[in-house]
Design a protein around this ligand. Sequence first.
Ligand code: SAM
Ligand code: SF4
Ligand code: SF4
Length: 371
Amino acid sequence: MGETVIPLADLRYAGSVPPIPPQPIVPSGLLSDRLGRPLRDLRISVTDRCNFRCSYCMPKSVFDRSYSFLPHASLLTFEEITRLARLFIAHGVGKIRLTGGEPLLRKGIEDLVAMLAELPGPDGRPLEITLTTNGSLLARKAAALKAAGLQRVTVSLDALDDRVFRSMNDMDFPVADVIAGIDAARAAGLAPIKVNMVVQRGVNDHEIVPMAQHFRGTGIVLRFIEYMDVGATNGWRMDQVVPSAQVLQRLQNRWPLESLEPVAPGETAERWRYMDEAGEIGLISSVTKAFCRDCNRARLSTEGKLFMCLFASRGHDLRALLRGGHSDAEIASALALLWGARDDRYSELRGAHQAPPGSGERRVEMHYIGG
Ligand code: SAM
Ligand code: SF4
Ligand code: SF4
């Protein structure tokens, strides 16, 4: 890799068609970026559309009737996604998460799951396939997704109070239907189920304890996410963030908890268990306790751009390589070069009060890049 004539600086924020290195780079499953981080986790956004308008992600004022979502022809096809997934696996990816937008809105999503489920994982180990959803269509789709080979789901749910929930999704969608989706996922065996709650001060922080009460003892892991400054449309302010330490304090006032060791390196959530054996919770502290040092995730956007960081401004156009007639060996070599040039650590730099790279540019939106 060191012999390539392409300067690394040109690769990091190139935002265009990735160069093919002059010498092929044969995947060894052991890629390492400039900070020594391996590539293990691929998040794939399968649609930029959503039937919710959560104000922290797709505020209605921006994502209204006049907003142009991507035309179908721009989207990666299932065959293209599967081809890329195979190349990422050769480079060491063992976990694929389907996301969006709302991934269950993508027509035939279970067919994509079935195609991915046929791929062997790295070193012949089974590939982990999971999906993040707002849960609105899960009651209808859980059984088919499981049958296609999906292993688990993460469901986003920000409140149990119906009034608060309807207002947060801004589509007047009832909480009961998401709970029915979680029940269906459980009945289908899509376990262990995780529930993600984005906590916003003054909006839903009064729901922290009721949510914990509801999911304690069910085997479902509730994870509290700090509200992030992702994208450019949500008008994020630091005073809207409830630091995980405060979330933990509120829970500990009610139930004693103790911290647990991470299960896998690069895990985003800090794990805590209830001392009375009622299960565990997770704290995702992307703002107050950045975890860039272990970040082993790449993101593939709906139209096939590769982003090395959730906060990147530009991605690398893999669709152009796929549709430009390049061979698997060439595309795999380009991926190796891109990962080798990666040095992103946006959250860490934000914490250090420095202007993170690319922060002056318009950051990509979460529904497009995939959460
Ligand atoms: N629509 C699906 C859903 O909501 O689960 C998948 C895509 S969504 C972008 C993925 C995750 O990102 C969700 O759990 C959502 O709550 C989270 N998310 C979106 N915007 C966020 C923000 N500004 N800060 C923290 N989490 C956010
Ligand atoms: Fe849709 Fe998920 Fe974004 Fe909410 S968080 S608007 S459900 S993509
Ligand atoms: Fe990874 Fe970027 Fe998030 Fe840091 S800020 S953990 S590098 S995605």
